[in-house]
Design a protein around this ligand. Structure first.
Ligand code: NAD
Length: 351
């Protein structure tokens, strides 16, 4: 794929740089959307993309989301993301992870990687044998897996959405979680402890076995979860869960989950508004992980400081919901507008 094709891509959105690496072992892309607020930070995803085009679309959309996520979460990071093309179950080797580390190192700190779908904390640690620019790795100065704190932020966001919509609290509220991997598992635990009724689905038998050990969890087949009759639908698997096919079958009054790029397109945000479904914009509600990554790197990490920062997701969502209600504008459009304002202000201060 050449630079012209990148610049004319519908999701290009003025990315600062998009870099490709291709060898016999590794095919990967690092996208840096913006470094306006600080060095670009974002996960490194490994996925069996069907084409370079599909990988490019994913990395461009994800890195833009990281810019907006950090802006609204109030952390001094820019937006970036990386993707490795390949099946994480079969194609992941030490050599590949080392080459990815070299690739990240070649950008000299413009981009910092953490774990994401298809990569584990151990994988990022292996990349860290070749680069300093990683985060979210167990032990030592790097801290640990951000997923539990992402789940905590989603939990705060679900509670805020429920309060906004029903004036009720979580006990007795029903939640359907699509995907009980790193984030979905911890979210299930938090919701059950808070007295919610939780239904889950996953395509991984192993992850279902794991989550089923939490008392009270109800499991349904994966193709039934999006249309479950519940108060809240929490997409916590891959992007695009809310699309032209699924949107008309959603019976929940609230969509609030961890997955990045939950909406297949911007039109879905308007359709959710039209259908009276309250949507918590993904990059707002799932910011717990990046907030944790920030504190892992600035050296002031304490449970209290990190939790308090993550709890600010609640008031931010409340502002978005209230503005959306009064202006009849989708919550996604309101969030984008708020993030753009922050980015423009910083841009003008720097100019
Ligand atoms: P994960 O890979 O650990 O978990 C995803 C789970 O979804 C897996 O168990 C997988 O089997 C399941 N799944 C995939 N397709 C499914 C389907 N069609 N139906 C049901 N289940 C399905 O990933 P994760 O780290 O838990 O992240 C989940 C989502 O949250 C991703 O979109 C990720 O980008 C986003 N996110 C994660 C973090 C984090 O800290 N891990 C931070 C922000 C956003």
């Amino acid at each position: 794929m050449n630079p012209v094709e990148v610049k004319t891509h519908p999701d290009f959105d003025e990315h600062e740089s998009v870099v490709f690496s291709s060898s016999e072992t590794l095919t990967a892309i690092i996208a840096i959307h913006s470094s306006e607020l600080g060095p670009a930070a974002g996960g490194c995803r490994m996925y069996p993309y069907a084409s370079h085009e599909q990988a490019l679309t994913d990395v461009l959309r994800l890195s833009r989301g990281m810019t907006y996520k950090s802006a609204l979460a109030g952390v001094p990071f820019g937006g970036g993301k990386s993707v490795i093309m390949g099946d994480p179950r079969t194609a992941k080797t030490r050599q590949l992870l080392h080459e990815m580390g070299d690739f990240i190192e070649s950008l000299k700190g413009q981009y910092m990687a953490a774990e994401d779908s298809g990569t584990s904390v151990a994988d990022i640690a292996a990349m860290g044998e070749r680069t300093r620019f990683i985060s979210g790795v167990s032990g030592g100065r790097f801290g640990g897996d951000p997923s539990p704190l992402t789940a905590y932020g989603v939990f705060i966001g679900i509670r805020e959405a429920v309060r906004h919509r029903t004036q009720a609290d979580l006990p007795g509220i029903s939640v359907a979680i699509q995907g009980v991997g790193n984030v979905g598992y911890h979210l299930t635990n938090l919701l059950i402890c808070a007295g919610a009724r939780v239904t889950v689905a996953d395509i991984s038998r192993q992850n279902l076995e794991w989550v089923s050990k939490i008392p009270g969890v109800n499991v349904v087949p994966a193709d039934e979860i999006l249309s479950a009759e519940v108060d809240v639908l929490a997409p916590c698997a891959m992007g695009g869960a809310i699309n032209e096919n699924s949107i008309y079958s959603i019976r929940a009054g609230i969509v609030a989950g961890a997955a990045n790029n939950q909406l297949i397109s911007k039109e879905m945000a308007d359709e959710l508004l039209y259908r009276g479904i309250l949507y918590a914009p993904d990059y707002v509600i799932n910011a717990g992980g990046i907030i944790d990554v920030y504190y892992q790197n600035c050296g002031e990490r304490s449970e209290d400081i990190v939790n308090k920062h993550i709890e600010r997701i609640g008031p931010t969502l409340n502002t978005i919901f209230t503005s959306s209600d009064s202006r009849r504008l989708s919550t996604q459009a309101v969030a984008d507008e708020m993030a753009d304002k922050i980015l423009n202000r910083v841009h003008h201060q720097a100019a």
